[in-house]
Design a protein around this ligand. Sequence first.
Ligand SMILES: *Cc1c(COP(=O)(O)O)cnc(C)c1O
Length: 366
Amino acid sequence: MEKIPLIDLRAQYRELKDEIDAAFLRVMASGEYIAGPEVEGLEAEIAALTGAAYAVSVANGTDALALALEAAGIGPGDEVVTTAFTFFATAEAIVRRGAVPVFADIDPATYNMCPLDTEQRITPRTKAILPVHIFGQPADMSAFSSLAERHGLKLIEDACQAIGATLEGRPVGAMGDAGCISFFPTKNLGGYGDGGIIVTNNERIANEARLLARHGSRKKYFHETIGVNSRLDPLQAAIIRVKLKRLEEWNDRRRQAAEYYNNGLRHTPLRLPAVMDKAEHVYHLYAAQYEHRDELMERLKGDGISSGHYYPCPLHLQQALTFLGYKAGDLPVTEKTCAHSFALPLSPHLTREQQDYIISKVIQYT
Ligand SMILES: *Cc1c(COP(=O)(O)O)cnc(C)c1O
């Protein structure tokens, strides 16, 4: 058996090569390399997909978070309650705003931020809640919406891993004040470089985010405020639009692969990923937990099976965030999960033969 990567991006390209190459060449020949119809087309399509009234494309998911926070009025000294079980960018964007990330613990079954613990962390300085739909599973948005409403807080979704996921039939992204999506190549909808987008139903936030992402300018060479340069390239937009047509089918294939693992691994001592009631998970990652994870990952590697350590270090214990004053033991569920969780290969292009091989090896080693 050939080596099995965690996610097979070359297989994805092979499936769509002709269409992607044509889109690429179309942009190259167009003479328009910043903004233009490909970017506007993608913004309209992502707005439609997420049920949002507005979509503002930006350079990456991290900028989407920082600009959404800024557009929502989050600034220096404001506290934002979020999760420590996520990619670093979630907290980085908060700190870049001069705001203070406050970490709530997670639910051990879904890996998502726990609403009860979130409520306990709300203080008079709290201005926003920032749940992450981790690994592609929607966070408990009805609980977070009611918390935000009761405490008068902004609700921003980090949907970077979860495009296409739904909760009670509603797509993630535009459930709160704004949602942030990443087009990083390994994400469920990835470009061939960096990219991101903000979705929102709030016209004021949409206008403000667009203004900030375009040098604080609405009219060329006239600047109302200090912004940044954060744009999505037409080349990326054209490629992402090709892949977008496959997103639903690819997310279905991810779910089928996850079910196949769930079934094949059900008699092992692994703790398999749980799906929340009424949620449609899109399995950006298939993350399980196992006590002897490191040994298992090592043995799988010996058989050519990649697995991923998600996440080796929770955000509250990251060196860059020591100034926040957290210590080991502060978020027990997050820390225990970081010690035991790992991701098995999963992508729309993983074959049954590969999965059978992976399952047999996991059974053998556990
Ligand atoms: C990928 C990711 C980001 C950042 O996205 P980039 O496009 O890489 O900047 C933020 N949050 C989460 C949860 C992510 O997975």
